[in-house]
Write a new protein. Structure first.
Length: 137
């Protein structure tokens, strides 16, 4: 008997659910990164309210980081690396919202929800990740 649990191939519906979840995360994060590149006044005003100042340079830098990590996540050979980097990015967003006392379910936990979608979508569509993190029965 093997000590490593074998992972069954994902069903077609599981793969499509994973692609859909991942697609939603990708679209949201590309939009989030793009608006930071402009940056619109709402972006710099929000950054200022969060205690980071209203720096357009910082907004653009965060936009580039967001887009780069999202592209890594979207490309299958680098998707796990992208997921790890985006998890760190989302953790920083959660910490920022905790620090300023944002509402729990709509702001603080939003990064957590996005992280669940990010990893859940990747787990459903990537056999290597399912082999690495098996769901035991």
């Amino acid at each position: 008997m093997s000590m490593i649990a074998e992972t069954a191939p994902a069903s077609k519906s599981a793969r499509w659910t994973g692609r859909t979840l991942s697609g939603l995360v990708i679209v949201f994060l590309l939009f989030d990164g793009a608006i930071k590149l402009v940056p619109w006044p709402v972006v710099t005003e929000t950054m200022d309210r969060m205690g980071y100042g209203s720096s357009e340079t910082l907004a653009r830098t965060l936009g580039v980081i967001t887009i780069a990590c999202t592209v890594l996540y979207a490309v299958p050979p680098t998707s796990i690396l992208g997921a790890i980097l985006l998890t760190g990015y989302l953790g920083g967003a959660i910490a920022s919202h905790v620090r300023i006392g944002s509402p729990l379910f709509s702001h603080i936990l939003f990064g957590f929800y996005l992280g669940l979608m990010l990893w859940g979508g990747l787990w459903l569509r990537d056999r290597n990740l399912r082999d690495l993190i098996p769901w035991r029965r």
